[in-house]
Design a protein around this ligand. Structure first.
Ligand SMILES: NC(=O)c1ccc[n+]([C@@H]2O[C@H](COP(=O)([O-])OP(=O)(O)OC[C@H]3O[C@@H](n4cnc5c(N)ncnc54)[C@H](O)[C@@H]3O)[C@@H](O)[C@H]2O)c1
Length: 379
């Protein structure tokens, strides 16, 4: 049976525009799906740059106003790869026009915006997802499966880090292309919505809801030049965040994120400790899970390193042969595959906008707790 077409309208052609375009192009080569993505159009403000991108990735046409994609009859799904301040407006317009919506994380700058987005996609009944792609790293999916199987017994601890070092210099500007993440207006928050949001999404997915938390945040560089105006302005984002929390299952969580950990470029780690065992993972060795099983006989007991490349590991049966690795970009391909599978089954694999709103609420609580210096509810 020939596959049905799924016509994609991409908004933004930066880092994520490339990661998603690659995923849309490759997915049909490796996964047996009912729909074949077609790269119909890309929208960005600069026509020449957008045209060069379209040429490189195989988009059929270019628009300089994203609203043209929303209005276009030949677009089925809108893929939002622009800074956070545009997520709500675009997603709500796309849902109203009856388009499927795939939105980059964080869902929104805050839960208020996020709630409107959830209401819009649910009212329109359109398939929707947020690109918390690390769920689809096979090793992370495996951890979730093992925890869900109950092998760890009662869970005591969950801890996670996301560390970078690229904003230590006070000369890094805020705002504008490439540095919009430092501008509170564009980003909504600093490391909390940018990096910690990944840790929180994975934590909720693996270990369940967070009930309450206390946090501290810091802005190490208080003023930075704005890239667009050239003026020195107060910095509104959090440069670093540290969080203690309770999960609904009674376990304790600790999270840390910063862009000031010299030497770390993208160290995302997670570890979960239960009564019978522990599991750990880090992004720098993304195909490996460390596993400790306390039920193994004493003299043979120890941390085991599992290379997650076997055919029966999540997603790996679609790739090469056991022992051969896959990488970062595959997490996006897996998300697209699951999204398309969900169109066929009518059951979303998530994270849906509603799932992602839970993470955004936790992020809001982190910022609020740090301001108040108090424990706060996480939802
Ligand atoms: N899932 C992940 O791991 C991950 C990683 C990086 C970024 N992100 C998220 O993806 C989104 C984009 O981040 P990025 O790193 O790709 O940013 P980027 O700066 O590399 O790209 C942003 C793109 O948006 C375009 N843009 C800005 N304003 C626009 C407008 N009004 N109309 C059309 N296009 C516009 C820019 O031209 C650029 O192409 C953000 O929400 C970010 O949080 C997610």
């Amino acid at each position: 049976m020939p596959r049905k077409q799924l016509n994609i309208g991409m908004i933004g052609y930066g880092f994520m525009g490339r990661a998603h375009s690659n995923a849309w192009r490759k997915v049909g080569n490796f996964f047996d799906l009912d729909y074949q993505p077609v790269l119909k159009a890309v929208a960005a403000r600069n026509r020449d740059k957008a045209a060069a991108f379209a040429d490189q990735w195989g988009y059929e046409r270019v628009e300089t106003d994203w609203r043209k994609l929303i209005e276009a009859k030949d677009i089925d799904a809108i893929d939002i790869c622009v800074p956070n301040d545009l997520h709500a407006e675009i997603a709500i317009a796309a849902a109203k026009a009856g388009k499927m919506v795939l939105c980059e994380k964080p869902l929104a700058r805050n839960a208020r915006e996020g709630e409107k987005m959830v209401a819009a996609v649910e009212k329109a009944g359109v398939p929707n997802t947020v690109w918390y792609n690390y769920r689809r790293v096979p090793a992370v999916s495996l951890i979730r499966q093992v925890v869900a199987s109950g092998k760890l017994g009662k869970i005591y601890h969950y801890r996670s880090l996301f560390l970078q070092d690229w904003t230590i210099s006070p000369d890094v500007p805020q705002g504008g292309a490439g540095t919009w993440r430092l501008d509170i207006e564009a980003a909504g928050s600093g490391v909390t919505g940018d990096l910690l949001a990944h840790c929180i999404d994975a934590a909720i997915w693996i270990n369940g809801s967070i009930t309450d938390l206390t946090a501290m945040t810091e802005t190490f560089v208080k003023k930075r030049k704005h890239a667009l105006t050239g003026k020195m302005q107060d910095v509104g984002i959090d440069d670093a965040a540290a969080v203690l929390c309770h999960f609904a299952n009674g376990s304790l969580g600790t999270f840390e994120s910063t862009r000031y950990a010299r030497g770390h470029k993208a160290l995302f780690t997670l570890e979960i400790n239960g009564q019978h065992g522990s599991l750990a993972w880090d992004l720098h060795d993304l195909n490996r899970v460390s596993w400790f099983d306390h039920r193994i006989e004493g003299t043979m007991r120890g941390w085991t390193s599992i290379l997650v490349t076997d055919g029966d590991h999540p997603y790996l049966g679609k790739w090469w042969v056991p022992g051969l690795s896959i990488g970062y970009e595959h997490s996006f391909i897996h998300q697209v595959a699951d999204f398309i599978e969900g169109l066929s089954t009518g059951k979303s694999a998530g994270p849906t906008f509603r799932d992602a709103l839970e993470t955004t609420r936790v992020c809001d609580a982190i910022i609020a707790s740090a301001k108040k210096g108090k424990w706060v509810p996480a939802q």
